[in-house]
Design a protein around this ligand. Structure first.
Ligand SMILES: [Zn+2]
Length: 584
């Protein structure tokens, strides 16, 4: 019971001017004593009403969900810069706030309603938009939002009813940022690459342990993001965010992951770099800082909405107080990423791991005990409502454990246009060869190919070993040519380098290249093998050596015949070879 009632009454301030708000502008959340959230239609109608009532706001749609719902965005600008071209021209930071990527975690939508009302209608917070352009997506996973019921989040304390974690196609949008299978994500990427926000915010509710913090955050700052942006996050933005959210009455901490979940916070807190399939990791490879907000699931919904609002307000304040700092930082991030990765061939990390280096942090937890459980037969964690403030190890040093280097360009044969369609969504510029051209390329050949046993996000992922080889190729007209000398260089490498965990290859887009489609009949192969043995002393020597040394080979008639097939001109030269080539 403690779970739902004790932490509920920590003191916090309510920033909404609810008392002076005209009745017609109260949100469903406010009118239900902060217990309920509005359905899709009612939510969108509220944002539309805000846009209709203010000369500073416009609503527009940027896509349609698989169940036919519109995806909406509201743009707020005192300069009435309601499209991306004008918004970039006025040189005020563009902040994109995206809510409801997991639409059971919907604080951000309710916070955004109140925030915009206080900016546009009561004008109590109007000064927040003096120096920024706001883009707010009220609900991203709109179909998920309408899978609405009380039992969608077992760990979560309100609202009374809520949406579901995934889309109608059962895809988790927050694993889809690079592969972009969901129509909703394809629409979001177009929105993202068109507006190219200077700062991005993604709002969630966390799962995991119980502790005192109302809200936790994550921002990329290791070598998966442009170095200076990481420093800005660490030294400038994060201290400001923490101070301002605390000033507004909420406890805030870095995203909480224990080093050993069995031992809890005493084992230490671990930080990591987000992979680009996640929102903040994706913004990083677009050279943009992003804030992931995770309110604590056990805190009452009211507390979670207002702590989310505090973090939104703090972020807008920082950007508004330092408008040229952020815009110029992002311009340098774009220019220098190209210079360092594409021109100077600096290695770009594709895998990052925490090191053993350890710092400390003060952790505000709840006392807990491990008690025997008759239900599970193991032990159970029983939290008390007694606060414990303890200095714990903080593993906040993350280093590159694998990296790649950029070619001058990638070549993609025209039959793999699906890959190019996805790259275009990310804002990648793709050229097409008008006539045949010769290139010196590096190719990849895979071995030890292993497929995942179960689907993950609707795909069978694949792992492999590979070797590279160089070749001179004639690329026909129609071949796609993707120069790396462009601002999306990090996106290009993460999408196309086989080693990258978010490459289209590892996500299974190229699985057909691993299928052998022609086979020999043994009695035919026998004759071909005899001729090869008679005419090719090197093959004869290799065969005899393998017979002598390799027992399983010696005892397998198929393997022995296949030895000759693989070395014959009949073998499929494209089997296990990556169609994407690196132009050196
Ligand atoms: Zn979430």
């Amino acid at each position: 019971m403690k779970l739902f009632f004790s932490a509920a009454f920590s003191i916090f301030f309510i920033f909404s001017s609810m008392a002076q708000t005209p009745e017609e502008w109260l949100t469903k959340f406010e009118k239900t004593s902060y217990l309920e959230t509005a359905r899709y239609e009612e939510s969108i109608a509220y944002f539309q009403k805000l846009a209709d009532a203010s000369e500073y706001a416009r609503m527009f749609t940027f896509g349609t969900s698989p169940q036919g719902r519109k995806l909406w965005c509201i743009v707020v600008s005192k300069d009435k810069a309601f499209n991306s071209v004008n918004a970039k021209k006025i040189r005020k930071p563009i902040i994109l706030i995206e809510n409801g990527i997991h639409s059971g975690e919907i604080e951000g939508k309710d916070a955004s309603m109140i925030l915009l009302r206080d900016i546009l209608i009561t004008k109590e917070k109007e000064n927040l938009i003096d120096s920024v352009t706001l883009l707010i997506v009220p609900i991203f996973s709109v179909d998920g939002h309408e899978r609405f019921r009380a039992y969608n989040r077992i760990n979560q304390n309100g609202p009374v009813e809520m949406g579901w974690r995934t889309t109608a196609q059962n895809l988790n949008l927050n694993r889809d940022w690079v592969k972009a299978d969901a129509p909703e994500m394809q629409a979001m990427l177009k929105l993202f690459s068109t507006w190219l926000p200077d700062f991005f915010i993604d709002t969630h509710t966390t799962d995991g342990a119980d502790y005192q913090y109302n809200i936790t955050y994550a921002l990329e700052k290791y070598s998966n993001i442009y170095k200076e942006t990481g420093e800005w996050v660490k030294e400038k933005f994060t201290p400001f965010l923490v101070r301002r959210v605390e000033e507004q009455g909420f406890l805030i901490a870095p995203y909480v992951a224990f080093r050993d979940w069995g031992k809890g916070f005493e084992s230490g807190i671990v930080d990591w770099a987000a992979s680009p399939r996640l929102s903040e990791g994706y913004a990083a490879i677009q050279n943009r800082p992003a804030l992931l907000i995770e309110t604590h699931m056990m805190k009452p919904y009211k507390n979670r909405v207002f702590s989310t609002m505090a973090a939104l307000v703090a972020s807008i304040e920082y950007a508004g107080d330092n408008p040229s700092e952020l815009i110029e930082l992002n311009e340098r991030a774009d220019l220098n990423s190209v210079k360092q990765i594409s021109v100077e061939k600096e290695y770009m990390p594709v895998e990052l791991a925490p090191t053993e280096k350890v710092d400390t942090m003060l952790f505000k937890g709840f006392k807990f005990e491990n008690q025997p459980s008759n239900i599970s037969g193991a032990t159970k964690i029983v939290y008390s409502d007694e606060n414990i403030d303890l200095t714990v190890p903080f593993y906040n040093d993350v280093h590159s454990s694998d990296s790649v280097s950029a070619p001058e360009a990638y070549l993609i044969p025209q039959e793999w246009n699906l890959i190019v369609d996805r790259l275009l969504l990310h804002g990648v510029v793709v050229d097409t060869l008008k006539e045949e051209r010769e290139f010196n390329v590096t190719k990849f050949k895979f071995s030890d190919v292993k497929f995942a046993q179960k689907p993950y996000e609707g795909r069978h992922r694949v792992n492999f070993k590979f070797e590279t080889f160089k070749e001179k190729v004639k690329a026909p007209a129609g071949t796609f040519f993707i120069p790396t000398n462009q601002r999306t260089v990090r996106v290009i490498l993460h999408s196309l380098e086989p080693k990258s965990d978010d490459s289209f290859l590892k996500w299974g887009f190229f699985n057909s290249i691993f299928e052998q489609k022609e086979y020999f009949e043994s009695y035919v192969m026998e004759k071909v093998a005899e001729e090869m043995l008679a005419n090719n002393p090197e093959i004869k020597k290799e065969f005899e050596q393998k017979l002598a040394e390799d027992k399983s080979f010696r005892e397998s008639p198929d393997a022995r015949l296949n030895f000759f097939y693989e070395r014959s001109p009949y073998m499929d030269e494209k089997l296990n070879v990556y169609p994407v080539m690196k132009v050196e």
